[in-house]
Structures are given as structure tokens and as C-alpha cells.
Write a protein that binds this ligand. Structure first.
Ligand code: IVH
Length: 663
């Protein structure tokens, strides 16, 4: 039994270390496959000896049951908030007051980024995470431990078994993750989050930890609220100490005595905030010395030794000049506000999707309105609200469309849906969007077949259906504007080359509702043949864990539609691959080999190279380890190349890699 316990402890130690490397340091030391093997091994042993499952086992991150509600917890140390500074004058004033309070000492400060997320307090007992609470009113918060445990960068066990430790930090969602999350929600017809902060807060307040586990939450820790036996002298030491314990610390902090340097830091990050993948809403300036903080003291709400320099909110005023209606590939009609151009967060904004007519009504947005605009996730322009006090009476309430703006068909609205749709499957606008999607990078990846070419192909009547793409001749392409022989030939070849794309790409490209790239991959891997997928019943589809009722219904409906079946038959006849390459997978030049890609390849995109590898039986890994068989290096390779050379792993150039495939 002791041996089993030892093995479990060893596996937990290994997995936790790799979680730390991956989620905190962003430098994995082993491949995903190797990591999975460790987890599988631990799961196997825990399955055999369930009484030996430890609370800090990584398999227990998502182990909780849905709760009826959150319990409140009283914070041992009140979670104070910060006083704000809005100008450099305010900062000077702050410095003057601190100096006065701690005289004759000269203050030294630490400046940190103010992460725009949700404040959280974590408690560790004997090094094990035992409590996680939201800030609440500062005195009591909500116990969200089950949810916080699902965040992979939160250590379940610290590197040192300190008897009791409490820390404070900020839970957030990265901008790119936020955009992806909202995109998925839009595809599923779910309500969108307004910004990364709201999505983090909403995710943390889920009663079912399974839902939270699927949200890409992250954390930075910046404060030590309480500790037994360890006493850092200042903030700089404190951050170092927190980092040694295994917590993610934001790397961009600065220690300084010089107020001008503080101003410089504020100015620098106000400008550079858009380069970060998480939102910051200011800078926090803290007195460095912890003993001087005691001298400076607190008010009952906030410390006198710290201030938050707030960046101005990036909202601008503009005016809606028109409403544009766009018909998407599923027929959904999306209203877009056309506005007088304004500069927001580093670029000019002149249009913003209003998503649907319910939202227009809800926010009472009218054509002619002066409106407040921002960028959601720092990227997607969005109308926040109309400035009702600035109305002149000349504004008009937009009317929902009765007829399709492109083909004139009667617009319908399905029950339970917010969207208005053009139901004419031959609507040229729908066809154009479907073709653009079909040819796009993540789908069939037909180079050069972008919106401009598609527009003409449809307008000239050369393409009425995606399958028509494969019977286009070079002459057809030559008949397009600005298309000389070379371009026509390239287009023709790009279409031809797309015939061998994987089944998952084809399935994704066909644009079934609710079937995104991930679902397409799952289906393709599981069934390997488009005809087999088309013959599945709703019942057998929902047996796949990732596929819910809505997706299953959509798949069955798609394959019940005679027009779709005809398109598939025509694609097959044209020679388009409709099977996952099962045979090649078993024996190719890369069978059983692990390859790592680094740098920019000349002729292939990353995903194309990846597909060639997996299509030939190999596996692609994101990091170089002793188990790596080859590293394929393009221009500007990163540290992966150094590591390969260090470990003596063969490095292939792109031509060498391609030659391998021809053997
Ligand atoms: S220090 C007593 N540092 O900003 C001082 N706060 O009111 C505690 N925040 O609710 C705060 N990044 O959630 C500190 N680097 C950082 C921060 C930070 C974000 C949040 C925190 C707090 C709010 C200020």
C-alpha cells in the first residue's frame, strides 16, 4: 500500500510540475501525449484505490457537484479597495502624503499593472488550497472554491507546506480567449458577454463547476494577506516569494523611488496596454516596504500606502449614420451600425455589429443617434448606448426587415430565435458567404478565393453551388476582372489542391449549423467517412460526449435535405476527399514519430504542415523534449530550435521535410 501511496504522490508531483510549466511559465517540458499518459496512469491507480485519492490530486480539479447556491465566508483580513488617481497631479499628491506619513524615511514604490478582472482571496493550509472567496463587500465574500480549483494555473498544493497562507489576486480571461468564447456563444445563439471582465465574473459564479472548467480562466496573484512563519520585508520580496511558491505573478512590475519614473511607467502602459493579451484598467502604485505600510496606515476602506492610477475608459462618442443589413451564410440578417469614424484603442472604427434586432430594441438604438462606442476585448467595436440627452428628434427607429435586402424573399423568424432570416437557400448573399467560408483558411483553404473573386463568380452566374467550384475552368477564371493568365491558373490549381483536404475540413467547410471546427474534427476522427456521418441517427450522435441535442438535430437535418445530398454527391464525383485518411495514418514516413514545428515556413501554413504530419501517421507537439523525433524549422525559429540542437534532435528544413513526404 505504501508503494501505491508513494506512486500516487510521485505522479501528483510530476503532473503539478508540468501544469506549472505549461500554465504558469508557458514553457512545457513534455509533449501533450506524455502529459496525458501521466494523468491516465494516475486515474488508473486512483480508480483501483479510490480511498487513496488526495484532495490536491490534479484529477480532482473538476470533481465537485453543482451547488444550490454559494456560501458566504468571512475574510480573516478585510479585502480593502484602492483610492484612485486620475492625473499625474494626483500622483504627486499621493507621494507627498506618503512621504509626510513615513518621514523621515524616503518612500520607495512598486508599480504593477492593474488587471481588470475579479478580485479573489485564496487560503492554503499546510500548503493545500482550502478556500477561495470573492471580495464581496471586503468583509465577507462568496465561497467559490470548487470553481477556482478548475483554474489550471492555481496551484492546488504549494511548493512549501506553510501552515497557513492567504493571498490575493485577480482572476481574468485573456482577450483572445474572450473573443473565442463569445464567438462560440454567438454560434450557439447564446447571449454575448460584454467584456472579458464580465465573462470572468460570470464564469466564476457558475454553480456547476463543470461549466467553469470549460471557461478559460486565468489568475495573477499580487498580495500576501496573511502568512505564518514567513515575512517578506517588501513588495519586491513578496512577489518573488509568491512566485517561488508556484503562483503566477505578472512580470511587468517596477521598483522605483522616482516619481517621474512612476509617471513614465503609467504613460508607457497606457500606450502599450493593447499589446497585452489581458485587459488592464490602470496601474497600481504601492509603497514597497511592508513595515512602512503599517506606519502609513489605512482608512476603513483603503490603504494610505497605495493608489490606483486609472486609465481613461476607451469609449468614444460617434454618430450612427445608417444601418446596414448583411445576410450571412445561414440566412441570418445581421444589422450593422455605420458611424462617423472615431479613433478607439489604436484604430479607426466606423462600423459595429448590433448583432440582432432585439438588442437594438433593448438598447433603444436609433439611426442618427449619438452613441458611446468601445472595443469589446480591445478588438470588436461595439455600441454601448445611445446618448439620449443628445437626441434632436430627427432620429429614426430602425425597422426589422420584412424582405431580404439581397434577394427580396420574405424574411422569417423561427420560434425561440432572436434572428431574422432569409430562408431562400439560393439567395446570392447566402451563397457568397457560404463560398467565402468554404474556401477560407480554416476550412478548405483555397488560396486566392476570397470575397472579391467569390463576388464575381456568383454575379456572373458561374457558381450556383459550392460543387460548381470544382468544374470551373481556367477560362472561367480568366473572365474575371483583373485576372491574368497566371492568377487564373493559380486559382484553378488552388481549387484542385483543395480536393485532398481532410474530412474534418470538408465537414467544417460545408457549414452545418452549430458544427464548428472542433465538432467537425471529433466526427471525422470517430467515423472517418462523410457517408457514415450522414447516416447517423440523432440518438447515436448524442452519445458522443461533445455533441448535444441541438448539434445532433442540425446534423440530421442537414443530411435529410436532398439539395445537400446532391451537393455532396457532386463534390465526390469531382474527386473531393470525403474520408479521413485512415490508411495513411497507419503507415507513413512519420508513423509513430513526434515532430515539432518552429518558425515561419515558406510554402506551408502551420496547419497545413500539421495535417501533412498527422496524415502520414505522425504526431505534432508544441514543445521539444527528448522524445521529439524531428524539428521542422522555418524562418525566425524560436527557442525550440536551440533546445533541439541542445538535445541533438535532427532538424529539417522545409524542403527536407517535403522531400521526406515524397519518399
Ligand atoms: S492591490 C489593498 N494590485 O484592483 C490593496 N489590486 O480597488 C489591494 N487589482 O479590487 C489591491 N490588479 O482586485 C492590487 N496589481 C494589483 C491589482 C489590483 C488589479 C484590483 C483589485 C482591487 C482593485 C482596486
Amino acid at each position: 500500500m505504501d508503494q501505491v501511496k508513494e506512486k500516487i504522490a510521485h505522479l501528483i508531483g510530476q503532473i503539478s510540475r508540468h501544469d506549472y510549466q505549461y500554465y504558469v511559465l508557458d514553457t512545457p517540458l513534455i509533449t501533450d501525449g506524455e502529459y496525458d499518459q501521466l494523468v491516465q496512469e494516475l486515474l488508473r491507480i486512483e480508480g483501483e484505490f479510490p480511498h487513496l485519492i488526495l484532495p490536491d490530486s490534479p484529477t480532482q480539479r473538476v470533481a465537485g457537484q453543482p451547488l444550490p447556491g454559494f456560501r458566504t465566508v468571512r475574510h480573516r483580513v478585510p479585502l480593502l479597495s484602492l483610492d484612485n488617481s486620475f492625473s499625474y497631479g494626483d500622483l504627486d499628491e499621493f507621494h507627498r502624503r506618503v512621504k509626510e506619513r513615513i518621514a523621515p524615511s524616503e518612500p520607495s514604490y512598486v508599480c504593477e499593472l492593474k488587471i481588470d478582472g475579479v478580485s479573489i482571496a485564496l487560503v492554503y493550509e499546510d500548503g493545500i488550497l482550502t478556500s477561495a472567496a470573492t471580495r464581496g463587500d471586503g468583509i465577507t465574500g462568496e465561497n467559490v472554491l470548487q470553481n477556482v480549483r478548475t483554474i489550471r494555473s492555481v496551484p492546488l498544493r504549494l511548493n512549501k507546506p506553510i501552515p497557513r497562507l492567504e493571498v490575493r489576486g485577480e482572476i481574468y480571461i485573456a482577450k483572445t480567449d474572450f473573443l473565442r468564447l463569445n464567438q462560440e456563444r454567438e454560434e450557439k445563439g447564446e447571449k454575448l458577454f460584454a467584456n472579458p471582465r464580465n465573462s470572468a465574473a460570470g464564469s466564476l459564479r457558475q454553480l456547476d463547476p463543470q461549466i467553469t472548467a470549460r471557461r478559460p480562466l486565468r489568475i495573477f496573484i499580487y498580495d500576501l494577506l496573511y502568512s505564518e512563519g514567513v515575512e517578506p520585508a517588501d513588495q519586491a520580496q513578496l512577489l518573488q516569494f509568491l512566485s517561488e511558491l508556484g503562483f503566477p505573478i505578472n512580470p511587468h512590475w517596477l521598483k522605483t523611488k522616482d516619481v517621474r519614473e512612476i509617471q513614465g511607467y503609467c504613460r508607457e502602459w497606457e500606450e502599450r496596454r493593447h499589446q497585452l493579451d489581458y485587459e488592464i484598467d490602470g496601474v497600481v502604485i504601492k509603497l514597497n516596504s511592508l513595515s512602512e505600510r503599517i506606519v502609513a496606515g489605512n482608512t476603513n476602506k483603503s490603504p494610505r500606502w497605495a493608489t490606483a492610477f486609472k486609465f481613461p475608459a476607451e469609449e468614444e462618442e460617434s454618430q450612427i449614420t445608417a444601418l446596414e443589413l448583411n445576410v450571412g451564410r445561414t440566412g441570418v440578417i445581421t444589422p450593422t451600425a455605420v458611424m462617423t469614424p472615431v479613433l478607439i484603442a489604436g484604430s479607426v472604427v466606423s462600423r459595429a455589429s448590433l448583432h440582432n434586432f432585439d438588442l437594438i430594441k433593448e438598447r433603444d438604438i436609433r439611426i442618427g443617434d449619438r452613441v458611446l462606442v468601445h472595443k469589446a476585448g480591445d478588438i470588436i467595436p461595439e455600441v454601448i448606448r445611445p446618448l439620449i440627452e443628445k437626441r434632436t428628434g430627427n432620429e429614426t427607429v430602425p425597422e426589422f426587415p420584412r424582405y431580404c435586402p439581397t434577394c427580396g424573399a420574405t424574411v422569417i423568424r423561427f420560434e425561440g430565435e432572436v434572428a431574422y432570416r432569409c430562408d431562400n437557400i439560393n439567395c446570392p448573399a447566402r451563397l457568397k458567404e457560404s463560398l467565402i467560408f468554404f474556401a477560407s483558411r480554416d476550412a478548405m483553404d483555397i488560396e486566392g478565393l476570397g470575397p472579391a473573386v467569390v463576388e464575381q463568380l456568383v454575379d456572373k452566374g458561374l457558381v450556383k453551388n459550392v460543387a460548381d467550384l470544382y468544374s470551373l475552368t481556367e477560362e472561367d477564371f480568366l473572365s474575371l476582372d483583373k485576372t491574368a493568365k497566371k492568377k487564373a491558373n493559380n486559382l484553378r490549381q488552388a481549387v484542385e489542391a483543395s480536393k485532398v483536404r481532410s474530412l474534418s475540413r470538408l465537414l467544417h467547410a460545408l457549414g452545418l449549423r452549430y458544427v464548428g471546427g472542433k465538432t467537425a474534427r471529433i466526427l471525422a476522427e470517430q467515423y472517418g467517412d462523410l457517408d457514415v456521418i450522414g447516416s447517423l441517427s440523432r440518438e447515436s450522435l448524442v452519445e458522443i460526449p461533445e455533441i448535444g441535442e441541438k448539434i445532433a438535430q442540425s446534423i440530421v437535418a442537414f443530411f435529410n435535405e436532398p439539395e445537400n445530398l446532391e451537393t455532396i454527391a457532386r463534390l465526390k464525383k469531382a474527386g473531393v476527399n470525403t474520408r479521413e485518411n485512415v490508411i495513411l495514418k497507419e503507415s507513413g514516413p512519420f508513423t509513430g514519430k513526434i515532430l515539432v514545428l518552429t518558425g515561419t515556413l515558406e510554402t506551408l501554413t502551420r496547419s497545413q504542415a500539421g495535417e501533412l504530419i498527422t496524415g502520414q501517421g505522425g504526431q505534432v507537439s508544441s514543445s521539444v523534449s527528448r522524445k521529439t523525433d524531428y524539428v521542422v524549422a522555418g524562418a525566425d525559429p524560436g527557442s525550440k530550435l536551440d533546445r533541439a540542437l541542445e538535445l541533438g534532435i535532427p532538424v529539417l528544413t522545409e524542403p527536407e521535410f517535403l522531400a521526406f513526404l515524397e519518399d
